[in-house]
Write a protein that binds this ligand. Structure first.
Ligand code: MLC
Length: 283
């Protein structure tokens, strides 16, 4: 198959297919389309996490090999799904962007934008994939490194992201695609890292993964400034500004937690020694 045929086939399956191109975020009509869904999901997630920590002894015990296999499979699936989301959402942006209107990339016209079409299909897909990411927490709880890895950062991130996604995407926020493409790109790298760890090939580029995560928050702020600028300087303004301010606050909290993670994990020699020992053990 030549490149052109590959492109048009990919474009059909990720943009033009009727399920994708005719997608519409109807409130309360399809899975996850009401605020109750992410709120109940977060509540169930937090309750089960607390119960699993409290009663970890009665959880099924899996052999280390089985746990590694499940962890590797789960990470591989999320890595591939993230890649599909990056490609699908990027192609959708190009497809939906009005001609000669680069401003649209940062500013969907307020009151004229409905959450529908391929871009919002991928936003919805991304949002639902956050529920699948809850499995990460279960895998951490079942692992031997639970005490180190079950952190406030992890649980806070996993519990709140579906709510943030719902609030941002359902209101046709102008930064929807920026959030989906940057976060899904980072997750391709992050789940590839996790996959390699699970199959016993711990990469040496852990710090790069954290740096990419930090970079995504900074990039989001830069793009948000462009959206706010267009909102203030155009007559119609941009769609979903309320959710944008909310998201910026949430991203600030994550940025601070990740900077803290970075300083604790990479700035001292104790951690470097631990990493080296783990790498040496796998050789
Ligand atoms: C490099 C990081 C991605 C992860 O750092 P950590 O120190 O937590 O990770 P680590 O080096 O110990 O990871 C290796 C261990 O994870 C296991 N592992 C593999 N796949 C996994 C999965 N899908 N879920 C949970 N654990 C998994 C491996 O088997 C291995 O276990 P063992 O060591 O036992 O062999 C970091 O940048 C980071 O994100 N830290 C915050 C912690 C976190 O929970 N991040 C993800 C959610 S936040 C997020 O996702 C932000 C974003 O959106 O970008």
């Amino acid at each position: 198959m030549n490149m052109k045929a590959l492109y048009s086939r990919t474009h059909y399956w990720l943009v033009e297919h009727p399920t994708i191109s005719q997608f519409e975020w109807k409130h309360g009509n399809n899975l996850g389309s009401s605020l109750l869904f992410p709120i109940v999901s977060a509540f169930i997630y937090l309750s089960l996490t607390l119960l699993a920590i409290r009663f970890s002894l009665i959880l099924p015990t899996l052999s280390a090999a089985t746990l590694r296999l499940i962890t590797a499979l789960h990470s591989l699936i999320l890595c591939l799904l993230s890649l599909i989301m990056v490609v699908g959402c990027s192609l959708s942006v190009v497809h939906q962007m009005p001609r000669h209107d680069l401003k649209w990339v940062f500013c969907f016209p307020a009151n004229h934008t409905l959450p529908r079409g391929p871009l919002f299909f991928w936003a919805k897909f991304f949002y639902l994939s956050k529920i699948l990411e809850f499995v990460d927490t279960l895998l951490i709880i079942l692992s031997s490194s639970r005490s180190r890895r079950l952190t406030f950062l992890h649980v806070y991130h996993h519990a709140t992201v579906p709510v943030i996604c719902y609030l941002t995407f359902s209101g046709a926020n102008s930064m929807t695609h920026v959030g989906v493409i940057t976060n899904a790109s980072v997750h391709v790298i992050m789940y590839a890292y996790y996959f390699l760890c699970a199959v016993g090939k711990r990469p040496r580029w852990k710090r790069i993964v954290t740096n990419c995560q930090i970079f995504q928050f900074i990039l989001y702020f830069v793009c948000a400034v462009a959206t706010i600028y267009y909102h203030l300087t155009t007559e119609i303004g941009c769609s979903g500004l309320g959710a944008l301010y909310f998201n910026m606050t949430f991203n600030t909290s994550l940025l601070l937690l990740f900077l803290d993670f970075h300083s604790k994990n990479y700035a001292n020699n104790i951690t470097k020694d631990r990493e080296k020992k783990l790498l040496d053990r796998q050789k």
